[in-house]
Design a protein around this ligand. Structure first.
Ligand SMILES: [Zn+2]
Length: 284
């Protein structure tokens, strides 16, 4: 799932390549992806793209005061196209959700792989009309140390859940929370409100460093290659069974119903493997 660094890099890419161009047409191919009806997508035709920004994991294209807001969800992505076919796409077939045509023949596709469709597009006059944006907590790269400590202290659940709760701190998802907790040498099962001063400082510094590093690697990349670059910078996320690059221990996994987390026992949990409910159920 695209998180803060990927979405910020997409916004930067659109600022360079789309801002200043006029939208000629928007094709909707995946009917389920549009979540609003007023203004209609046809209202964007003839208007100039004036900005591109990010709110948490939402991408916001400012089109002369109208906003096309996108949440890429788990398997969504933005593909820049140098030459868009003029014929409208067939609705409901394949991964294409929405296509934006610009006045120079270029444009972009919003696509989503798989059968579970979560990609969401909102056409609004103000980004705060999007419920997910209105609920966002402070941005992970803007929250200060004191505010971050207070937010974590307010949460009685596990730190992994607190970091990925967009209403608490926005921008961090499943992949970067694994990376941040590894860099901070903290167990994902640690209770958010039971962290001492030193642990909070480690977590805050790791969050900033991890996101800033990922952002620097990605900004300036072509939209098509951003996703691959994200994978190459990871230390534990999606690396189950591979050696931890810090200590050489084997990266382990905890599975949940529809997601999983990865961690290094030596770096994060005093060498002890965490309980994996799914595995224990299978072994019973
Ligand atoms: Zn390690």
């Amino acid at each position: 799932m695209p998180e803060l660094p990927e979405v910020e890099a997409l916004a930067a890419f659109l600022r360079e390549n789309a801002v200043g161009r006029v939208i000629t047409r928007i094709d909707l191919a995946g009917i389920q992806s549009i979540k609003t009806f007023d203004p209609p997508l046809s209202a964007f035709a003839g208007l100039e793209v004036t900005g591109a920004s990010r709110h948490g994991k939402f991408l916001d294209l400012d089109v002369s005061g109208l906003h096309l807001v996108v949440h890429l969800a788990r398997a969504g992505w933005l593909h820049w196209r140098e030459n868009l076919p003029p014929a409208p796409p067939k609705p409901g077939k394949g991964p294409l959700a929405l296509r934006v045509h610009l006045d120079n023949g270029q444009g972009f596709d919003l696509t989503e792989q798989g059968t579970r469709k979560g990609l969401a597009v909102y056409a609004v006059r103000n980004p705060s009309e999007v419920p997910g944006i209105a609920r966002l907590g402070p941005d992970a790269l803007q929250v200060d140390r004191e505010q971050f400590a207070a937010l974590m202290g307010s949460r009685s659940g596990q730190v992994k859940g607190a970091l990925t709760d967009q209403t608490l701190v926005s921008g961090v998802g499943n992949a970067y929370s694994d990376e941040i907790l590894h860099a901070a040498r903290l167990s994902p099962f640690k209770m958010a409100n039971k962290m001492d001063e030193d642990e909070l400082v480690r977590l805050y510094d790791a969050m900033r460093a991890t996101l800033t590093d990922a952002l620097e690697r990605q900004v300036g990349q072509k939209a098509a290659t951003l996703k691959g670059e994200k994978r190459s910078g990871l230390t534990v996320h999606a690396r189950t069974g591979l050696p931890c690059p810090v200590c050489g221990d084997t990266v382990r996994e905890v599975s949940f119903a529809d997601t999983s987390l990865q961690y290094c026992p030596t770096c994060q949990t005093g060498g002890k493997p965490l309980a994996d409910r799914r595995m224990s159920k299978l072994l019973r």
